[in-house]
Ligand binder design. Sequence first.
Ligand SMILES: [Zn+2]
Length: 127
Amino acid sequence: MAPRRVVIKRDVIDGLLSYCHDFHPREGILLLRGKTKKDEIEVNALMIPPLPVHSETYSSFPAHMLPLDTSILGIAHSHPNGVLRPSLEDLNNYFGRLMIIVGPPYESEANVALFDREGNRAVYYVV
Ligand SMILES: [Zn+2]
């Protein structure tokens, strides 16, 4: 079976960039929402997680506080140091189907990277 194509709405990309920019030099963290179709995952909204913690090297929230909501597809967070790669801890805490890491200068989708569960960079389409 072919993997599902991931599409991300333009305003989600813009929202991620400005949110993470505002938190810099701390990490920002947001939930990704959208819908899963047969051959496509569409990210169309962002949501601030409950009780988020932001530091310069770490961002998190208590996962048990998450609403039981199938529209939550994964987590986006920023790496203010600019390393667009998941840490081991990120991979151990992979949530849902998608992981996005955002880095400075927070200007375009070149600063927004998608990763699969194995930590491999994945392609997405902006619509
Ligand atoms: Zn991280």
